[in-house]
Design a protein around this ligand. Structure first.
Ligand code: BES
Ligand code: MN
Ligand code: ZN
Length: 497
């Protein structure tokens, strides 16, 4: 499917379907003229019929009378101008795309007001809405006739009155990263293994050998680095662990940052086995942090920002059971020498992240951001649509909040309440890996903080809720959402300037 910026206007364009948009209120004089001159009054009819007011996420659509150069028309509401945000543009573009495919449209035109007078940003977010809504994951379905009938029909989409092809191209590269993350998350644990994550990192590096360096540490190398926490989690699996260190570098004196992603390709819980009703069958998603890190790496590699050195770090393994499994109560030693009493083998993500964070910390970056499907408690606190954000540095927190807002991804800042560390103390080791039931997302964050010793700006994103959706909505179809690739890309780009 091609997306292009064209100078044509709604008055001059012709093709299968035209999508117009408006803020809340009355139809503008321009649209009234267009309706009269080219659409045979279809818009006014639809508006009257449906009592359409231009509210956000609402639309009317219909067929234009025969003989017109435009066969179908849709009008989408963008809501109050004062409440405008780019995500409404993404969702509107998604709505248009889904409608057009259902209506068997091949050539589609989109006409949107400029967001903040920024033509490139407008083109970018519209492109994101189109491409993310179009992405359907059929990798694991054999082809049936029913499927064939529902094949998307769209061939070309033109953004009217636009010269912002650069915004379209950027949106496309962002979506490649989001879709890479979605497909890694949606694929089952017998497909996406630690080795598969390592291979994916290799593909990203090979696409731009001038920009990336890749190091995959095998079990023995991790042992030599003292990564006892990571290796403890991995030890029951028949699949070898892979410690992935992918580095993007451009420029002479680059700003150095690190992104650490939780990479559990399956989390059975270990001997504290996830039992009925715990969602064990969903635990293929426990590498969504790693998937987002790789998605971000893909997009950053393609966008090629200057003066940046970005370290993508993933301690990839499975949390399984076998005669070799860690016992509840085992004591592990992390790479920084800290000892951990494993009072719950299902609090495994933080163990793998401990060694990954120590590794990141030793690189002495300006900031570290980790992202992890870390706790069910975070989903209890914030629901499925919002990620938790913890940070030791206000500037980093604000930068991430801004990046997320622009990305249309939601985060809520949570406290690093030191008093709660009390519940993580162990009589026999430096700390335990799990605290009590209350404040479980916070104690998990406090645990991670023990392994960031030198870097003053560290943030932890708990994305257990938003990386997956059962129901399609907006530009997300059911399955992995690719969260929070867009936030990460925005954040990384913001660090270069
Ligand atoms: N991977 C899970 C967290 C999770 C839950 C992710 C639901 C996605 C959806 C994590 O490893 C885990 O099991 N956490 C435990 C921690 C507890 C044992 C302290 C939890 O949240 O119950
Ligand atoms: Mn677990
Ligand atoms: Zn887990």
């Amino acid at each position: 499917m091609e997306i292009r910026a064209v100078s044509a206007t709604p008055q001059t364009w012709s093709g299968d379907a035209l999508v117009l948009s408006m803020y809340s209120g009355e139809l503008s004089p321009q649209l009234q003229d267009l309706d009269r001159e080219r659409l045979g009054g279809t818009l006014q009819e639809l508006i009257a019929e449906q009592k359409f007011k231009g509210d956000v996420n609402t639309s009317v659509s219909g067929r234009v009378g025969t003989g017109s150069q435009i066969k179908k028309v849709m009008l989408i509401g963008l809501g109050e101008p004062a409440k405008a945000n780019t995500d409404n543009w993404r969702k509107a573009a998604a709505q248009a795309t889904k409608w057009a495919n259902q209506a068997k449209v091949k050539t589609l035109a989109l006409h949107f007001p400029l967001f903040n007078a920024d033509a490139e940003l407008t083109a970018q977010v519209v492109t994101e809405g189109v491409l993310l809504a179009s992405h359907q994951d059929k990798r694991f379905k054999s082809k049936s006739e029913e499927e064939d009938k529902n094949e998307p029909t769209l061939e070309t989409i033109e953004l009217l009155e636009s010269n912002a092809q650069a915004g379209i191209d950027r949106g496309r590269l962002v979506c490649e990263g989001v879709i890479l993350a979605r497909e890694l998350v949606s694929a089952p644990a017998n497909v996406v293994t630690p080795a598969k994550l390592a291979e994916t990192a290799q593909e990203i590096a090979q696409a731009h050998p001038d920009r990336f360096a890749l190091e995959i540490l095998e079990r023995e190398q991790c042992q030599a680095l003292g990564m006892g926490a990571f290796l403890g989690v991995s030890q029951a699996s028949d699949l070898p662990p892979k410690f992935i260190h992918l580095t993007y570098k451009q420029g002479e004196n680059p700003v150095k940052v690190a992104i650490v992603g939780k990479g559990l390709t399956f989390d059975s819980g270990g001997l504290n086995l996830k039992t009925g009703g715990s969602g064990i069958e969903m635990m293929k998603i426990d590498m969504a942090g790693a998937a987002a890190a790789l998605g971000c790496a893909h997009t950053i590699g393609a966008l090629q920002p200057q003066n940046l050195e970005v370290h993508f770090i993933i301690a990839a393994c499975e949390n399984m059971i076998s005669g070799r499994a860690m016992h509840p109560g085992d004591i592990l030693t992390a790479a920084n020498g800290k000892t951990i009493e494993v009072n719950n083998t299902d609090a495994e993500g933080r163990l793998t992240l401990a060694d990954a964070l120590v590794f990141a910390d030793r690189l002495e970056p300006k900031a570290i951001v980790d992202l992890a499907t870390l706790t069910g408690a975070c989903i209890v606190a914030l629901g499925e649509g919002i990620g938790g954000l913890w940070a030791t540095d206000d500037e980093l927190a604000q930068r991430l909040e801004q990046s997320a807002k622009a990305a249309g991804e939601k985060f809520w800042r949570m406290p690093l309440e030191e008093a709660y560390w009390e519940g993580m103390k162990s009589p026999i080791a430096d700390c335990k890996n799990a605290g009590g039931r209350y404040g479980g997302a916070i104690t998990a964050a406090l645990f991670l903080k023990q392994f960031v010793e030198k870097t003053t700006a560290w943030a932890h994103l708990d994305v257990a809720g938003p990386v997956w959706t059962e129901k399609e909505s907006g530009y997300n179809n059911s399955g992995g959402t690719g969260y929070p690739v867009r936030t990460l890309v925005n954040w990384v780009l913001s660090m270069a300037s």
